[in-house]
Design a protein around this ligand. Structure first.
Ligand code: FAD
Length: 313
């Protein structure tokens, strides 16, 4: 049964990843009534990451789950209320923003969208099973675990090539697997040619499977799109860069403007095209997709939300 809550909260945050939890620390400390809606895991993508080596303040690195727990504890200490539920729609009437969730309607004077984005998956056997322990989607985050190891990188666009080049700092060799032809910029293609002793490019091939032995990734089985022949590329780890899927489906019929890949556009105050609705973290157009940047966005958005709420009085 759905419920109708007539309370008008100061701010409702959509998502409870690092961006929203940080924003909630700031708003609740200033006694701004704050409710977060989270559809999956408190801590977002960061909570699902095994080990985070590049988040400031942890000289030995930190487990993703621990960082998520710390952020949650800090936000709750100041009074943040976290509800489980998926926000499905956002509308605005007379300065009040109405959110439809799977548990009913919620109203707020201001809203922060911090729903992140999901990495597009290959959808092949082995991918789900070895997520974050052999199959990765973030080279900056996980590349250093592969010092002197062989890697397979999937994706021939700018991010695939750029990340393959970045991974040469660690890996002994990289096989770059490309579905059609390389679609990266000329500059990147030139750099790729310069790195030909470390990167072997395979074009016009698809991935059938991520192979494993004794619970460890052993490589990828690729299939030629021309001859249909298959072969095994040996690798200790696989990095997939075939695009991002922003978590913005629920905004499709709203007035909130998205960019060409579906990320949310904002002004320099992180306010979206719907006044009173702000955006922070990975889902913001122009975001750098790192936890440190997401928490920075969260803090900025919270301060701008405070200014916005003051302007309503
Ligand atoms: C495998 C992996 C490893 C990574 N390692 C690192 C690393 O080492 N260092 C680093 O800096 N970054 C790393 N990243 C990136 C980092 O996790 C993200 O940059 C960061 O989590 C972004 O925070 P966010 O709050 O913007 O979004 P997210 O963490 O994605 O959180 C968004 C939350 O919103 C929720 N949500 C989405 N839609 C809705 C909805 N409609 N209603 C309610 N809730 C919703 C989601 O369930 C999610 O919990 C890694 C990412 C991955 C996938």
């Amino acid at each position: 049964m759905t419920k109708q809550d007539e309370t008008i909260h100061d701010v409702v945050m959509i998502g409870a990843g690092p961006a929203a939890l940080t924003a909630a620390i700031y708003t609740t400390r200033e006694e701004i009534d704050t409710v977060l809606y989270e559809k999956a895991i408190i801590g977002g993508l960061a909570a699902t990451t095994d080990w985070i080596d590049n988040y400031p303040g942890y000289s030995d690195g930190v487990a993703g789950m621990r960082l998520a727990d710390e952020l949650r504890g800090q936000a709750e200490r100041f009074g943040a209320q976290i509800e489980f539920g998926e926000v499905q729609k956002i509308e605005k009437e007379n300065n009040i923003i109405k959110l439809t969730t799977d548990g009913g309607e919620v109203k707020a004077k201001a809203v922060l969208i911090a729903t992140g984005s999901s990495y597009r998956k290959l959808g092949v056997p082995g991918e789900e099973e070895f997520y974050s322990r052999g199959v990765h989607y973030c080279a900056t985050c996980d590349g250093a675990f592969y010092a002197d190891k062989r890697l397979a990188v999937i994706g021939g666009g700018n991010s695939g090539v750029q990340e393959a080049l970045f991974l040469t700092r660690f890996a002994s060799h990289i096989d770059l697997i490309v579905r059609s032809d390389l679609r990266a910029s000329e500059v990147l293609i030139r750099k790729l040619e310069e790195a030909s002793d470390k990167i072997t490019v395979h074009t016009q091939v698809t991935v059938d499977e991520i192979t494993n032995l004794d619970d460890k990734v052993t490589g990828v089985k690729i299939r030629s799109r021309k001859t249909d022949e298959t072969r095994l590329i040996e690798a200790d780890g696989v990095f997939v860069f075939i695009g991002l899927l922003p978590n913005t489906d629920f905004l499709k019929d709203s007035q909130i403007e998205l960019d060409e890949v579906g990320l949310i556009k904002s002004d320099h105050n992180l306010q979206t095209s719907m006044p009173g609705v702000f955006v922070a973290g990975d889902v913001r157009s122009g975001a750098t997709m790192q936890i440190a940047s997401a928490v920075g966005d969260g803090a900025t958005a919270a301060l701008k939300i405070r200014e916005y709420l003051e302007s309503l009085n």
